[in-house]
Write a protein that binds this ligand. Structure first.
Ligand code: FAD
Length: 385
């Protein structure tokens, strides 16, 4: 009997996991289905670029996975019945023996009059709104995290005619090293971005944002980057989830409550090698995908489950197309004193983004083909997986 592996979500995590599984498992006894709402791979790390009018490379999932043995199903997941092993989608039900849950995240808490850049549709809506703005119009980005910084610098660089500002709760880039913070401030000055520090945006109106202290910040367009949350699908199941709704997994990305379910990428509350939880990022999504795929292969074929070696090297932040900061970090994501800035960081950031997209669009190229049979281990699977 074939072992049915269903991967939900074809973002950085899900697409990488599906490709790696296809490369490692023999097609005679495994069936791999990749379910995604969008027919294309969406390069989320470039949504701020899409929003300011840059066109992104189109990668159709059916082309990417042609000939790999992975069956792509374009469908929206509505619910998962983890007790019966069935995924309910708008295109019908799909039964699984092993599930890899990789539905990612979306913007959360976005006020009525604000826009976000967490996904393709919302980035395209922002693009249309920015296109409509005349010179001198005010754009406010709310949120001083990585996405807020990348968004505000991209907008200011692409539209120097606009009055662009950023609202942050604390100080700009306060978690970064002194060197990186200084570079950030220089870049913001050069791009003419006003920074509102120590500000809590309480409300967004059509032409302004209002802070918790009642101050009005003019904004014809407000871009909300202050919150990301996972889809509620996992929390609606009997899977053990965290307060954030992420699926709680062990070192091998396997659900702590349901051994036939793995969760990866933004959708998982996963430990890194140091034991601390990984942050929502592409930088965690790809290694968690590899870890889950390798663990599934090991358990199905009787191999050794690999040790969790997931850790970080750096946080690479674009500051428009002509500047960037690479903040070097410890494996558990604490900043080191050193940072790379300017053109060298731009080249590094571009290399990282391209490499991440390349790993998705060449799913079975990266590894030597070691298509293992699900043999003796299917008995192991029956009992332990
Ligand atoms: C503007 C921006 C810049 C970023 N920059 C960086 C960066 O520089 N570095 C970094 O490490 N991270 C960055 N991130 C974060 C990074 O993009 C995410 O952490 C990463 O995409 C998570 O990967 P994932 O595979 O878990 O989820 P996703 O990439 O979100 O993929 C999830 C997939 O699931 C699909 N899906 C969702 N719901 C359903 C459903 N119900 N049914 C079917 N399919 C569904 C989606 O269509 C999508 O294809 C950035 C994010 C944004 C928004």
């Amino acid at each position: 009997m074939t072992h049915r592996i269903v991967v939900l979500g074809a973002g950085y995590a899900g697409a990488n996991a599906a490709g790696r599984l296809a490369k490692r498992l023999h097609p005679a006894d495994t069936e791999i289905t990749l379910v995604n709402a969008d027919p294309e791979f969406v390069e989320r790390v470039r949504m701020h670029q899409l929003a300011v009018g840059q066109d992104l490379k189109v990668r159709r999932l059916s082309d990417v996975f042609a000939g790999t043995g992975v069956q792509v199903r374009v469908a929206r997941v509505a619910a998962v019945d983890v007790e019966r092993g069935i995924v309910h989608t708008d295109g019908g039900d799909i039964a699984y023996d092993t599930l890899v849950y990789a539905l990612g995240s979306a913007a959360s808490g976005v006020p009525q009059h604000a826009l976000d850049i967490a996904g393709k549709q919302s980035a395209q809506r922002l693009r249309a709104r920015l296109d409509d703005l005349g010179a001198g119009a005010a754009v406010l980005v709310v949120g001083g995290g990585l996405t807020g910084i990348e968004a505000v610098t991209e907008i200011a660089e692409a539209r120097p005619d606009l009055d662009v500002s950023l609202a942050v709760r604390g100080d700009l880039g306060s978690w970064l090293s002194e060197k990186a913070q200084a570079h950030l401030r220089q870049a913001f000055d050069r791009l003419g971005i006003t920074v509102h520090e120590g500000v809590d945006v309480a409300r967004v109106e059509k032409t302004c944002a209002i802070t918790a202290t009642g101050r009005e910040i003019p904004a014809q367009v407000t871009v909300w980057t202050a919150g990301f949350a996972v889809h509620p699908i996992a929390a609606a199941t009997t899977l053990e989830v965290s307060e954030t709704g992420q699926i709680v997994v062990d070192d091998s990305m396997r659900s702590v409550s349901h051994p036939d379910v793995y969760a990866i990428g933004d959708a998982a509350l996963a430990p890194g090698a140091s034991g601390s939880p990984l942050r929502m990022s592409c930088a965690s999504g790809v290694p968690t995908a590899h870890q889950a795929a390798d663990a599934i292969v090991a358990r199905l074929t009787g191999g050794q489950v690999p040790k969790n070696k997931i850790g970080y090297n750096g946080q690479c932040i674009s500051l428009g197309r002509n500047d960037a900061v690479m903040q070097w970090v410890t494996p558990d994501d604490r900043p080191k004193p050193s940072a790379l800035t300017g053109k060298a960081a731009v080249r590094l950031k571009e290399f990282i983004c391209k490499a991440a997209a390349w790993s998705v669009s060449h799913p079975t190229v990266m590894l030597p083909s070691r298509r293992r049979r699900v043999g003796v281990a299917s008995a192991v699977h029956e009992t332990a997986l």
